[in-house]
Design a protein. Structure first.
Lengths: 283, 374
């Protein structure tokens, strides 16, 4: 068993929530710019069959910002360490990891380091590298685009726009006001978010992809502006034991915009043997 | 259908499906982005710059899908002619619906104003940093001048005192051979004057005005020959390690002065270990540094001496004062507070730099870098 003090620390740091009646753990990790609230339309569907674990990355949602360490979270490896520490704290094994966007890559990094913990990886809108590296690889963005995004984030977090400053929730100690608590979703610490965005958008993890041995599902959306189909197909070619599935859902957040199809595909993938294609669904 | 208040509103208005297909947009918005007639059927993505599109998808889309209103987000529209229009965006996705409604305000001037504010803030921060550095340099210079003045006056007086004691001693000796206790008193007075002279030498070294003969010196030799001076002073709780670069470049310096430098740094380090109350280690290393940025701003080859300990360490406050003359952490009677200022003076006079890296409980690392000889 892991040492209890650091274990408890990981659970507080990442605001880990456990629910469900099943035994096999299903760990839901949110994408950049949001928090565990983004799984609210999908995760409950698995509480009957799985032990559902949700977390907030540090700087997001109700994570413990005091545990922030600038150098640790300078790369996605720091976030992968958090995933592994949460797994250790809950003594999880045979985990189905469901990661959206940047979390897909974080999950791959975690599975490379401790493959024995993971049964499957479900990668929703994954990308190992957002930058174009012509002619072999088209990540979808130029360095200028990504710098522009960082600039835009800075204006929105700390500038006069301030549209995304964390929402301060009054009466957090009064559970009867849980409706208001919902307003805190996607609250993000601006400084940490900027650093996270750099770690996410300026990194290139293509060399790590072939080192993943855990069976995985690549969920590719139609018209995904963040992770285009060309990236999903690149992954399908280079990620061992992967299953590629093109969703009918459009955009980058199928679990928010098309939860029914997302749940259906997830269920079918988990029911099929690893590596088998997901039978097309009637969406 | 056209509706004047809608079409001519002083704002860009747009509705689209959650998949980003534009259902309707007002004339004002069409005019802004310079599309010919209508935007109906076009993709929202085509109206946004790549950065804005990224931002919208990863940051605003989840908020909308979760039912939160986007209130005053900053995004940039992409016009037909390649221009970019900064706008403030309000958006909402009514519960249960599959449409997103948006309103935008042009904020070009505000954006420029904001950019100039950010630039001004950046410049002010830079200026503050430079001011702090120059204030520190001025302070050290003032302290140096004062020390030089005091040392000079003091030295003159000491010479007079010492000469007179000498005379008195000889006269006393020849006049009253049996009066040994007076001779002892005078001996003690002489010893005290010699000590005072030592302090004066240190002060002069701090000001960099001491006349020294310089030659090619190899720091490794200095460390090795100095080590016998301090190793026996360490006690059993302090162990000692060296990591010396075998091909170390020479420096131009006085070997004696360098021995003072090394001895001072190592003794400070061992004191820090002892103060921690635990057994610890003092490490001395040397290395060659190519492309070293000298304090003067030029780059040159340098030779570096690093003294590291795992002792008590210093708070930023203490570490900032560490090289000030007469500043001591060792308590009254245990140190002159001149050791590190002497080291700083000697190193500065040689065109070198001294960097202290320390934190409470994490030990201290002092890095001295001097220009390569030649």
């Amino acid at each position: 068993m892991p040492d209890s003090a650091p274990a408890a620390a990981a659970l507080t740091r990442n605001n880990v929530r456990v629910s469900g009646r099943g035994t096999q753990p299903m760990l839901f990790a949110h994408g950049f710019g949001c928090d565990q609230a983004m799984w609210r339309f999908v995760a409950p569907a698995f509480e009957e069959t799985h032990r559902v674990v949700r977390l907030d990355y540090i700087g997001s949602g109700s994570s413990d910002i005091s545990a922030y360490d600038h150098s640790r979270y300078g790369t996605l490896d720091g976030y992968a360490s958090d995933i592994l520490e949460v797994c250790a704290a809950l003594d999880l094994s045979d985990v189905v990891f469901v990661g959206h966007s940047v979390s897909a890559m974080i999950g791959m990094l975690a599975a490379i380091r401790e493959p024995q913990r993971f049964a499957r990886l479900v990668l929703v809108g994954p990308s190992p590298c957002y930058l174009n590296h012509p002619p072999a690889y088209s990540g979808g963005f130029n360095e200028d685009d990504l710098r522009g995004l960082l600039d835009m984030m800075e204006k929105n977090y700390t500038g006069w726009a301030g549209a995304l400053a964390p929402v301060i929730v009054a009466n957090a100690d009064r559970p009867e006001l849980s409706q208001e608590l919902e307003a805190s979703f996607c609250a993000t610490d601006p400084v940490i978010a900027g650093h996270f965005a750099r770690a996410m958008f300026l990194s290139d993890h293509r060399v790590d992809v072939p080192r993943v041995t855990t069976p995985s599902l690549i969920m590719q959306c139609a018209h995904d502006a963040i992770a285009p189909a060309s990236v999903g197909q690149w992954l399908a070619q280079h990620l061992p034991n992967s299953t590629y599935h093109a969703l009918q859902a459009t955009g980058h957040c199928p679990h928010l915009t098309h939860p029914a199809e997302t749940i259906e595909v997830l269920r079918r993938y988990l029911a099929a043997p690893p590596g088998a294609p997901v039978v097309a669904t009637a969406a | 259908m056209t509706l004047a208040p809608y079409d001519d509103a002083a704002a860009g208005l747009l509705s689209c499906t959650i998949a980003g297909r534009i259902i309707r947009a007002n004339r004002m918005l069409v005019r802004w982005v310079q599309h010919d007639t209508s935007l109906t059927g076009a993709a929202l993505h085509d109206l946004l710059t790549p950065a804005s599109l990224l931002f919208f998808e990863i940051q605003l889309r989840p908020l909308l899908a979760l039912g939160r209103t986007v209130d005053g987000a900053f995004v940039t529209l992409q016009c037909r002619d390649g221009q970019q229009l900064p706008v403030l965006l309000n958006a909402v996705q009514p519960a249960g619906g599959d449409e997103v409604h948006m309103a935008m305000l042009l904020v070009r001037e505000r954006e420029e104003y904001e950019a100039s504010l950010r630039q001004a803030q950046h410049a002010a921060e830079q200026a503050l940093v430079i001011m702090a550095a120059s204030a520190r340099a001025q302070k050290m210079q003032a302290v140096g001048q004062m020390a030089a003045g005091i040392a000079h006056e003091f030295n003159n007086l000491l010479t007079v005192v010492r000469g007179n004691i000498d005379f008195a001693q000889q006269e006393v000796r020849s006049a009253m051979l049996e009066a040994t206790s007076i001779g002892d008193d005078l001996d003690a007075a002489l010893l005290a004057t010699d000590k005072a002279t030592d302090i004066v030498q240190h002060l002069l070294a701090f000001t960099g005005r001491q006349v020294v003969t310089r030659a090619n010196v190899f720091l490794n030799d200095v460390v090795t020959s100095a080590s016998h001076l301090f190793v026996h002073a360490f006690g059993r709780d302090v162990s000692w390690q060296t990591r010396l670069e075998p091909e170390l470049w020479p420096i131009t310096a006085s070997a004696d002065q360098m021995q003072h430098v090394v001895t001072n740094l190592v003794l400070n380090a061992s004191d820090a270990v002892r103060q921690s109350g635990r057994a610890g280690i003092v490490m001395v290393s040397t290395e060659n540094v190519g492309d070293w940025m000298m304090p003067s701003g030029r780059t040159a080859d340098g030779v570096r001496l690093v003294v590291t300990d795992d002792g008590t360490g210093m708070t930023p406050d203490v570490s900032a004062q560490a090289i000030d003359p007469f500043f001591s952490t060792k308590g009254i009677g245990n140190g002159t507070g001149l050791g590190l200022s002497m080291v700083y003076g000697a190193v500065s006079a040689l065109g070198g730099s001294l960097v202290i890296d320390s934190a409470p409980g994490a030990g201290t690392r002092v890095m001295v870098t001097l220009p390569r000889a030649g």
